[in-house]
Write a protein that binds this ligand. Structure first.
Ligand SMILES: [Zn+2]
Length: 154
């Protein structure tokens, strides 16, 4: 997401909104699979040797529940995005690193599909009855057969 200096009116702010490919944000590394583009709505302006931008970011996708391991829909939304980027030598600044950082910070470390009442987590529902039903693993007859073979060979 690049902003060119010439796009910003002197002493004023530039309003930009649109959609971009979410792939450069590498949200998959945080367990989030985007199902749509990154939508943004930003106001950018010059301040000193840099460009500031404030606004909103949003990306639809899925997370994987830590309990039932099923994917569930999740919207990654930054409502109060705010960043300041130094201009450097070029005539444009790239907001992507800031956007990526902010969005990664919002990814839950332990996503749960029942986080906001979206649905009851299937794993949580079966935890109690499932634990009671579990039997200890019976001794396998395979080991008996193997030990007999060993005895025959010696
Ligand atoms: Zn779940």
């Amino acid at each position: 997401m690049k902003i060119h200096l010439r796009q910003i009116p002197e002493g004023d702010t530039l309003h930009i909104e649109g959609e971009e490919d979410a792939a450069p944000l590498e949200l998959e590394l945080g367990g989030f699979k985007p199902t749509g583009p990154l939508a943004y709505e930003l106001d950018a302006g010059q301040s000193g040797q840099g460009i500031f931008a404030t606004g909103r970011l949003k990306c639809d996708g899925t997370l994987t529940c830590v309990n039932c391991l099923e994917e569930f829909p999740w919207t990654l939304a930054v409502d109060d995005f705010s960043t300041q980027v130094e201009i450097g030598n070029g005539e444009s600044v790239d907001l992507t690193p800031s956007v990526r950082e902010d969005m990664h910070l919002l990814l839950p470390a332990h996503p749960k599909c029942d986080h906001d009442g979206y649905r009851p987590c299937p794993a949580r529902l079966t935890t109690d009855s499932g634990a009671a039903k579990q039997n200890p693993v019976p001794p396998s007859p395979v080991w008996d057969a193997l030990s007999q073979i060993t005895i025959k060979n010696t």
